[in-house]
Design a protein around this ligand. Sequence first.
Ligand code: FES
Length: 105
Amino acid sequence: MTEPRWHQVGATDDVARDDVLGITVGETAVAIIRTADDRVFAVDAACTHGRASLAEGFVDGTEIECPKHNGRFDVTTGEAVASPARVALRMYPCRVNNGCIEVQL
Ligand code: FES
């Protein structure tokens, strides 16, 4: 099994505050969320309800809303917070290093 490692996935300026960016690391689709207060989080891009892409979702505070059925997830924990989403999202460690967003997986 391969050890997780940090991947540079873009500049912080690539993601507006209060928005989301879809990226792919290897074969893994990841949604990078930048909150209005300038924190970044990385979650699995596939919604746990019906696999819609959360990269097309809507950021509201520390939550992201799925574009398909409006389920919501807390991006700080991955927890599903609004129906029909019930299963938490997988999260990945995410950090900013010299203006670059890095994700560990
Ligand atoms: S696919 Fe995301 S809430 Fe249904």
